[in-house]
Structures are given as structure tokens and as C-alpha cells.
Write a protein that binds this ligand. Structure first.
Ligand code: AKG
Ligand code: FE2
Length: 406
């Protein structure tokens, strides 16, 4: 097999093939935690993976069997964590609200940075407003409309966001992409002008560095996932996912959920709980999502028994959601994480109440190469389960975006 061309993957490639590799990657800075149903949260136990291949593998097996999601924490002395910590407060609050003193200026900035401009100059990168994305009952591997009931309200998710991604400098010809696909998934990001808006000075660099750190973590995760699939007679090459993710189509997203009016009416309140407006029930599209959330809460994960479980924020940890492509690739061995977000409540029904909480989160969507063919891994050998007819990753992404963005 040829060595991958990107330096990031090449380094991992050359480590490959011996038992020390996995130990080196899954070092003891990783801490796996289960997410229990809400009433059991207090009893939550954190299990630290030992420094051996087998134990870490068993940990992964254990988590995927539960088909929930797993939370990955890193200790303070881990280089990623040390890097991430200063940026954990980074959010739309810093980017837009404090950037400009007046609402008028803020609106102008949002307009300038808008995602998916009609003239085709911006792809899936930039700012999107409240209601522009509608994730309710959007999934690729199951029938959420049937499972969750009801159609979409058409109101869209009550959140705003800013998306950026990796800019691929080599251009679309070299990558065998159409110009549009290139702009959508690899083109220039829409950055705020740091000269004009002093309070966002350093924003671009921070976002790029944060992405680089998460790419490193993604490599580790991809190896861990492949290795964990290799037990029980099946043998999945360790670089199975990495080899198909050398120029990954990633999106780093800053999200802001403003508080919503809280109803005293019992009926209305239960309706609100059943149809969360922050972000409707959905699954993510790619391999996995590395999500950082603030302390407000509201994220819920659906477990195998179809219960909604609070994915309560664990300070200093990421939530890792399994995406549809990983689910297809592994025929549901790693099942996509069904999740949703309930908006924070407006205190006293008053927007100016300082106690009214705004929620901020930062998901990093890790998607493979545009031409990665997503079909069941032959090494697993199972014929059953989900299928996606071996589509290219970019086709899957395009379809999902078209179905969720207005
Ligand atoms: O804000 C969150 O915690 C989750 C966001 C999310 O699920 C998404 O954007 O796909
Ligand atoms: Fe999501």
C-alpha cells in the first residue's frame, strides 16, 4: 500500500503495524465515560483505559454495543487539552455580539459572512441565521419521521451558527471536483475582518488552530475505531478510515441557541419538550462529530430503548457522536447517534433578564475524503444491516445539506 500523501496521515501510516502503535495512540490520557439515563447520572462511572491495546479495544467495544455515544475526556496535562482550554469560551458571543456595539453593525457583518450566497461565492461556510437549518427528523440511516412522529414544522432550528472548514489550496481540477463542489466543501472561508472588528482579532487563527488540533484527535479516533472493529475474527486494517480521510471534508461550527419563552401551560410545555426547538432530532452525516458544549445543557441523545437522555455537560470533555457514514461503513456496528437540543428557557419571559441563559456549542464534523466510497467494510463480512449503495462521501453530504438548509 502506498503511503498517504498528506504529512498528517503519513506520520500515522509509518507508525503502523506493531502493537505499540495503538498503545502510543490510545495513551492513558483518554478517559471514556458512559452516559446513563438522566435519573442514573449521579452513579456515572468513569473508566480510565489502561495503556494496553486489549483494554482500550474492549472499552470501545463496550461503548458501541450500547449504541449511545461516548464522551471522551482528556486530562489537564494532555497536549490537546492544554491547547483546547484557552479556546473553550470561544463562541458566537465573542465573534458577533461583542464584535460590534450596535445591532445594525452586527447585522451587516452577519450578512457579509452569509453562508451559501446566491452568487455562488460562498459554499457551506459562513454565517447562518435562526431557522435557516432544520434538522428535525433528518437522518440517513433510519426513519426518524416514523420513529419520532410528525412532520417538520417548517420553523427550523432556533439557533444561529458560523461554519468554517479546511481550505484546500490545490484547487478543484487537481481534486477531480466540480467548481461548485469545491467551493461548497473546500473553498475559501468567510472570516470577519479583524482590522475592522478589533474584538475578533485572532479569531481566524484560533479557529484554524483548533481545527488542526481536532484533526489530530480525529486520527486517533479513526485508528481506535478501526482497531476496535478487528476483534472476533474480523480484521480491519488500522488505517482503514485514515487512508480515506487524507483531505477530509470537515466543518467547524460555532453555535448559539438564544433562550426561548417558557410556557406555564402544562400542555404547551410538554409539547415543547416533545419537539425541541433548538435543534431537531437528527443524526450527523459523516464519520463522527467532536462536540464541545458549554455548561448550560440541553443536548439529548436517544438510546437503544428510544429514551431521550440528557448528555449533561462534563467539564473539559468532548461529546463524540457517531455519524451516518461510520454507521454505513460498519453496517450499524457503530450506530449513528440520534440527538437533539432543547433551547434554554427565557427567564421571567424577559429577554433582557441577565439570568436568561444562552447556550453555545462547538461541533467539529469530521467527514472523509470527497471520493471515499461509503459501503460496508468487507472485513466485517456481515451482509445484513444498513446500506447506502456505495455512494461517494461528497454525494452523501450534498444530499444532506440540500435537505436541511433553506
Ligand atoms: O449544539 C449541540 O450540542 C449539537 C449541535 C448539533 O447536533 C449539530 O449541529 O449537528
Ligand atoms: Fe448534530
Amino acid at each position: 500500500m502506498e503511503a498517504p500523501s498528506s504529512p498528517r496521515s503519513a506520520a500515522l501510516y509509518y507508525w503502523g503495524g506493531n502493537t505499540e502503535t495503538f498503545n502510543g495512540i490510545m495513551d492513558d490520557h483518554f478517559l471514556w465515560e458512559d452516559v446513563q439515563p438522566a435519573d442514573d447520572l449521579q452513579k456515572k462511572t468513569a473508566v480510565k483505559s489502561s495503556n494496553t491495546n486489549t483494554t482500550a479495544q474492549l472499552q470501545m467495544r463496550d461503548y458501541k454495543r450500547r449504541q449511545l455515544k461516548f464522551t471522551l475526556s482528556m486530562e489537564d496535562d494532555d497536549s490537546h487539552w492544554m491547547f483546547l482550554k484557552p479556546h473553550s469560551a470561544l463562541s458566537l458571543r465573542d465573534c458577533f455580539v461583542e464584535a460590534d456595539a450596535t445591532t445594525h453593525e452586527e447585522e451587516k457583518l452577519k450578512d457579509k459572512l452569509a453562508i451559501g450566497k446566491k452568487d455562488g461565492s460562498s459554499g457551506y461556510r459562513g454565517y447562518f441565521g435562526i431557522g435557516m437549518e432544520d434538522l428535525k427528523n433528518k437522518d440517513g440511516t433510519r426513519d426518524l419521521v416514523a420513529e419520532e412522529g410528525g412532520d417538520n414544522t417548517g420553523k427550523g432550528d432556533q439557533k444561529e451558527g458560523f461554519d468554517c472548514g479546511l481550505e484546500n489550496v490545490s484547487g478543484y481540477h487537481e481534486n477531480g471536483l466540480s467548481r461548485k463542489a469545491y467551493i461548497d466543501f473546500f473553498g475559501a472561508d468567510s472570516w470577519p475582518d479583524e482590522c475592522k472588528h478589533a474584538s475578533v482579532a485572532g479569531f481566524r487563527r484560533t479557529m484554524v488552530e483548533y481545527q488542526q488540533a481536532l484533526l489530530g484527535l480525529s486520527d486517533k479516533l479513526m485508528i481506535a475505531l478501526a482497531v476496535s472493529l478487528s476483534s472476533g475474527g474480523a480484521s480491519v486494517p488500522m488505517d482503514y478510515f485514515i487512508a480515506q480521510s487524507r483531505n477530509p471534508m470537515c466543518t467547524l461550527r460555532l453555535l448559539h441557541y438564544p433562550p426561548m419563552p417558557k410556557s406555564n401551560n402544562v400542555h404547551q410545555r410538554s409539547e415543547l419538550i416533545n419537539s425541541p426547538n433548538g435543534c431537531g432530532a437528527h443524526t450527523d452525516y459523516g464519520l463522527f462529530t467532536i462536540l464541545q458544549q458549554d455548561e448550560i445543557g440541553g443536548l439529548q441523545i436517544r438510546n437503544k430503548s428510544m429514551q431521550w437522555i440528557d448528555a449533561r455537560p462534563v467539564p473539559g470533555s468532548f461529546v463524540i457522536n457517531v455519524g451516518d457514514m461510520l454507521s454505513w461503513w460498519t453496517e450499524g456496528e457503530f450506530a449513528s447517534t440520534v440527538h437533539r437540543v432543547i433551547s434554554p428557557a427565557l427567564r421571567n419571559g424577559n429577554e433582557d433578564d441577565n439570568e436568561s441563559k444562552h447556550r453555545y456549542s462547538i461541533p467539529f464534523f469530521f467527514n472523509p475524503d470527497h471520493d471515499a466510497v461509503v459501503k460496508p467494510i468487507q472485513y466485517i463480512g456481515s451482509e445484513s444491516g444498513q446500506s447506502c449503495q456505495g455512494k461517494n462521501a461528497i454525494e452523501i453530504l450534498k444530499e444532506r445539506y440540500a435537505g436541511t438548509f433553506k
